[in-house]
Design a protein around this ligand. Structure first.
Ligand code: CTP
Length: 404
């Protein structure tokens, strides 16, 4: 299987254009994040950008020389036409920040410096991150230029609202470097799940005893979050039903927050109809307090007994609605991993189960890596040992794709 390992964006080349706005101060962080995603980075700066950030900083981080001048560097060892060579080597052009002036040039097709020439010459997708004063942004000239660019297929990552460096409040701030690089990764991804609707459950559930206390488990939601991100990057339309977690989900996913097992069941039932795939990564409580006390239970002098009832088994409940949907379950086990997981897969009518080891370092709850096995009714699909959760997420999606 030549499937995606999540590494399909690795080693691709981003030509990173920086124009002369104050948000250029974030450029070094963008380069760090691009390199962190194992992308090759070639930086082009406009003359004005050089007022805000130094070539030395940028080329030290990028590991490649910064390109500035149209007729500058003449290499004595080989000759290449710089703007064409940049245009041709790019898998993607990222312009961040993109000033009002640069957007105007791009929309008019002007080519009066190295960056605008290269943008005109490239056949690679272009992503621009407009950043400027709110009044410059909302000016009809800028809005019409953005509209023209959008119509031509240029990707635009809208600026966010907040306090602007010029003192005004409003839209015009460049999004954070992580957000920009997430967009880059999505554009570079092959989008092999485009059109597929994926529903993911994630995190623990919390079952309240009284206004002070509750029962929960050790799930942090990291695995579910990795699946959400991987599916979004590959073009799927993703909804996530999440118990309480301290994570930020991929910006493209729709998030439905729940607290208890029974709220999660309701949300799954509501969303299932339109999903093609359900991935139940949540660690749903098996037992919930039989009664909720609306006032704090006082300690008293003796111990107390907490009466618990079984929670609804979500997968078992929705089994009749499975139809041709792909259902993936998870099994968190401390022992007998394969046997327990196989039994759960059969009992819950799943197409696949991801059994992972919990209770050891480097696997399961809270860890960035996981160890275990992916099973289908036909047998073992994949054994994994200390695998990064984002890589495992792509592997799981490869198996899902085969079943669609
Ligand atoms: N699950 C569910 N509803 C529950 C409990 C679990 O749908 N009330 C789902 C989980 O999201 C997971 C799979 O079932 O995808 C297996 O969960 P797990 O807790 O490992 O299994 P249980 O069926 O609860 O069995 P046990 O706790 O005895 O191992």
């Amino acid at each position: 299987m030549g499937g995606s390992t999540g590494k399909d964006v690795e080693a691709r080349t981003v030509v990173f254009g920086i124009t002369g706005g104050i948000a250029a101060y974030k450029a070094p962080l963008i380069i760090r994040a691009l390199k962190g995603a194992s992308l090759n980075v070639h930086v082009v700066m406009t003359e004005d950008a050089r007022h805000f950030v130094t070539e030395l900083t940028l080329q030290t981080l990028a590991g490649t020389p910064v390109h500035c001048e149209m007729f500058g560097n003449v290499n004595t060892q080989w000759y290449e036409i710089e703007h064409i060579s940049l245009a041709d080597r790019a898998d993607l052009f990222l312009i961040a920040p993109a000033t009002a002036n640069f957007l105007a040039k791009l929309s008019c097709g002007l080519a009066d410096d190295l960056l605008s020439c290269a943008c005109l010459a490239t056949r690679a997708p272009i992503l621009v991150c407009p950043s400027m004063n709110v009044n410059m942004l909302t000016n009809r000239a800028t809005q019409e230029n953005l509209e023209t660019l959008r119509r031509r297929g240029v990707h635009i990552l809208d600026p966010v609202s907040g306090e602007l460096a010029c003192g005004w409040e409003g839209a015009g701030r460049m999004p954070d470097p992580e957000r920009i690089v997430a967009e880059v990764k999505k554009l570079l991804s092959k989008g092999d799940l485009t059109g597929i609707k994926v529903l993911v459950t994630c995190g623990p559930t919390c079952e309240d005893i009284d206004p002070v206390r509750y029962i929960t488990n050790r799930s942090t939601g990291k695995m579910g979050c990795a699946i959400v991100e991987a599916a979004c990057l590959r073009g799927a339309q993703v909804k996530v039903i999440s118990g309480p977690v301290a994570l930020s989900f991929a910006p493209w996913a729709e998030i439905i927050q729940v607290r208890t097992a029974s709220q999660m069941l309701d949300a799954v039932m509501e969303q299932l109809q339109e999903a093609d795939v359900l991935i139940m990564a949540a660690a749903v409580a098996d037992y919930v307090p039989s009664r909720y006390s609306s006032t704090k239970i006082k300690k008293g002098t003796k111990g107390t007994t907490l009466e618990l009832s079984s929670s609804p088994d979500i997968l078992a409940t929705i089994r009749p609605q499975k139809e041709s949907k792909v259902f993936v379950g998870f099994a968190a086990e401390t022992e007998n991993i394969r046997n327990y997981a196989q039994e759960k897969m059969r009992r819950k009518g799943l197409d696949m189960i991801v059994a992972n080891r919990v209770g050891t370092i480097g696997s399961g709850f809270g860890s960035d890596t996981n160890s275990g096995v992916v099973l289908s009714p036909e047998g073992v699909l994949y054994d994994f040992e200390h695998m990064a959760k984002d890589t495992l997420a792509h592997k799981i999606l490869d198996f899902v794709k085969e079943r669609l």
